[in-house]
Design a protein around this ligand. Structure first.
Ligand code: GLN
Length: 380
């Protein structure tokens, strides 16, 4: 049969490829981003008790009221944005579904969506599957900042949406208040929407403050903010995230969400609702991961691999400019095969496959693992 693929040039995601290769090669896996330490037993016990108490059928389509209420409370406290849990919060099957459902809700055939490379791998296909045209601009290394003048110049009558991501995967860059102010001005003047991927909101370092779109009222009024419990509670495999957006936008997101996932598993939602009542469960996360970043950086002192600035997320970019001329993909594969350490090539996040001799390493790992990785990197 002749299948006319809608994504002909897309293969398997780089995270799946590298994680699989790490497994086959018996390599330390710092490629796909996920913690190798455990979820709090208290949280697991809560899920268990909700399951045993019979909460095992469909949750309401937008999420259980208890969880949405808890989230609205956290959002109000964290970002000072009054949030109506009935009409502004939607629980999704992870950040990726939240992003897809939002794009499906707002991007129509012919619409242009501005996004920034290196970009998370799901953004571009999600736009194209919904008939939109992704417009890839580049962040500017070494700090991977946004050139707002260039953004302005890239806006056309077809521009519908701008996608941002802070703290940023894969670079660890963090947007400043001035970035959000620039964005606010541009989208207000041009009547655009913003999709803000904030899944690493709690993983932020060096006294940086997370600048959520929700903190800026004019911006918040035309933004969808996406969050993820997987990142905050070391539970990426549970696939629970959510959107916060004004009522008029949320109404549309729920229309697509209900036909993508319908609703997210009930006992985990009920457990999170209860668990969120103690802010200590998430307020220490930035410090926790800052220690991990510093521990990892300490391990690679003396290596020819040079770190780039990382102010958030659980990813550290390392430049191997002084070590090898191999393109990133080959370098990542060589490291995995020959040295038993798996990273992600940053070129995978670029539409044009730009090679900058940069690799991404996930430091959401136990000290022994990071130590072993450092030992390999110091020897190269
Ligand atoms: N967010 C994870 C990362 O950036 C990957 C998730 C996935 O494999 N789709 O590594």
């Amino acid at each position: 049969m002749n299948i006319n693929s809608r994504l002909p040039e897309v293969g398997t995601s780089i995270f799946t490829i590298m994680s699989r290769m790490a497994l086959e090669q018996g390599a330390i896996n710092l490629s796909q981003g996920f913690p190798d330490f455990e979820v709090a037993p208290e949280l697991i016990n809560l899920i268990n008790s909700y399951m045993l108490a019979g909460h095992n059928q469909y949750a309401p389509m937008p999420g259980t009221p208890a969880l949405r209420k808890a989230i609205a409370g956290v959002v109000e406290k964290t970002y000072q944005r009054p949030t109506d849990f009935e009409t502004e919060v939607t629980i999704c099957a992870g950040g990726t579904e939240a992003i897809f459902a939002s794009i499906a809700a707002f991007v129509q055939a012919g619409d242009e969506v501005i996004l920034f490379d290196p970009a998370y791998d799901s953004y571009d296909p999600a736009v194209r599957l919904n008939g939109g045209t992704p417009i890839h601009l580049k962040l500017h290394p070494p700090d991977f900042s946004i050139d707002w003048e260039q953004v302005r110049k890239s806006i056309t009558s077809r521009t519908r949406l701008i996608m941002i991501n802070s703290p940023h995967n894969p670079t660890g860059a963090v947007l400043a208040e001035s970035d959000l102010k620039n964005l606010e001005k541009i989208v207000t003047e041009n009547n655009l929407l913003v999709l803000s991927d904030e899944v690493y909101e709690r993983i932020i370092f060096d006294d940086c403050l997370h600048q959520s779109v929700l903190k800026f009222p004019a911006l918040a009024s035309r933004s969808i903010a996406v969050f993820s419990f997987g990142k905050t509670f070391h539970a990426t495999g549970w696939k629970v995230g959510y959107t916060v957006a004004p009522e008029s936008l949320t109404r549309e997101i729920r229309k697509t969400h209900q036909f993508i996932t319908f609703s997210v598993n009930t006992p985990v939602q009920l457990a999170f609702a209860e668990y969120l009542s103690n802010p200590e469960t998430y307020l220490q996360l930035g410090k926790f991961y800052q220690r991990k970043r510093d521990f990892f950086l300490h391990q690679i002192v003396g290596s020819t691999f040079k770190p780039l600035p990382c102010h958030g997320s659980y990813f550290q970019l390392l430049s191997y400019e002084g070590t090898s001329d191999l393109p990133e993909k080959e370098m990542a594969e060589w490291l995995t095969r020959e040295k038993k350490l798996a990273p992600i090539p940053v070129s995978a996040f670029y539409q044009d496959g730009a090679n900058q001799q940069l690799l991404r390493f996930c430091f959401a790992k136990g000290e022994q693992t990071l130590e072993a990785a450092g030992k390999i990197l110091r020897k190269l």
